[in-house]
Design a protein around this ligand. Structure first.
Ligand SMILES: [Zn+2]
Length: 129
């Protein structure tokens, strides 16, 4: 699972196939159609959570909660990576990628004037052609 961390607003956003942004709009990215490759605008930091350690950890917590047990939190592999390069080969940088570039509006302005339902993505908000 790929996430972006923004050092400006300290928001973290999970990438998806629709364009996503941190709260301040500085860090932007999305998964490509194959759900493995991603593109970001190169701002902030890429975080990767290993799904193969996350899923078993979630199952352990779920079972422990069901049984009323208080267990030691299971470890999950996570790392911070550069945007692209040897250790993040499935991510590329497109510096022209931004909320404003795609919508013609600043993210902060859109966020203030739309409902939560409309913020699910630029397509649903009617902000794309
Ligand atoms: Zn931000």
């Amino acid at each position: 699972m790929k996430l972006l961390f923004c050092p400006e607003c300290w928001d973290m956003v999970k990438l998806a196939q629709d364009l996503r942004s941190c709260a301040c709009g500085d860090c932007v990215g999305k998964y490509l159609a194959d759900d493995h490759h991603a593109v970001t605008n190169g701002r902030g930091y890429c975080l990767a959570i290993n799904n193969h350690t996350l899923v078993p950890a979630l199952m352990l917590i779920k079972e422990a909660t069901k049984k009323g047990l208080d267990i030691e939190p299971p470890r999950v592999d996570c790392c911070v990576r550069a945007h692209g390069g040897l250790y993040n080969p499935r991510t590329t940088v497109d510096k022209t990628l931004s909320w404003q570039y795609l919508t013609g509006k600043r993210y902060a302005d859109v966020k203030r004037t739309t409902t939560v339902e409309e913020m699910e993505g630029p397509e649903k908000a009617g902000l794309t052609d």
